[in-house]
Design a protein around this ligand. Sequence first.
Ligand SMILES: [Zn+2]
Length: 358
Amino acid sequence: MEGMPPRRGRRFRWSVPLGRVAGIRISVHLSFLLLVALVVAYPGPLGIVGGLVWIVIVFACVVLHELAHSVVAQARGGRVHAILLLPIGGVSQIERLPEGWVNELLVAAAGPAASLLIAGLAALAAVGFGHDLLPIDLARGPVTTRLLWINLLLAGFNLLPAFPLDGGRILRAALEPRRGVEAATRAAATAGRVFGGLMIAAGLLWDLWLVVIGVFVILGATQEQTVTEAHLRLQGVPARVAMRAPAATLDARWPLPFPHSGGGPWPVTLDGRYLGMAREHDLTASTHGTVADVTDTTVEPLRPDEDLGRTGLDKLIAADGQTLPVVDGGAVLGVVRIADLGPWLERPTLGAGPPPRR
Ligand SMILES: [Zn+2]
């Protein structure tokens, strides 16, 4: 899998960082501990140690799958910050996807290709060691055989032609040259909802885990469609057109705490120049120090001419409170909030006329 609205600079919520590979932060979600607890409580044929080692091996395969997406995305000019491991698989957070359907095709295909490569190596090893390739059993048998099948499963599942899976992206990329990006996105999202529904139906008959994955696929498909359409509708809209101005700013030297205002987050300035963003909660909770102490200086502001559809929206989705300042030469010109983008997001057709009046 890949995608999900990117988050920049920050850690994932409820996750533990494991380290970095090729500049990409790898974290594991805390719900992963549930899986570990399950293995300890119900060891199965592999035993507790064998079960835990197997979990580590499976997740290494997922990491390699996600890294393949990330490395290709970076090679094609994209930027990847982090990979999050969930019990149901991995999620790459690609900040800036390289544009164009050829790039999307290459990035999407890289993950399943990596999984198929590992499966091939595992099959060679299994034959070399004289292990049987059948039956398909992920809970027992030689590790080479299990490695072969888990990676075939990873590749096969992700190649289903349905958003938000890799196959859905490949489908969209294939449809885009003839049908345009919006129709192609709708088709891939519809396929996602259909496949998700089939998984839920099959899961109710055979395995509840499939129900969970089916729900995830349906939600992911719908979210993917919404985010893609938002990107398209905001293309050509510069940040300065959508910003509220002038913006209320806080001086970095002001003492804490602040009284509750119910607003924020606020841009903070030092000697009239943008310093970072401060959240309402931090401003009111700290009983000593100054505004500078609770200012997040890693928040990268929007430029006045920054295209919201290309990069601005991704930054806004990832930003605390979905609010970002617009800064030019150090001066804060205003703030853009996702909540204020409604007039553009509700445009009935794309590229029809100038941005709506507000
Ligand atoms: Zn993938």
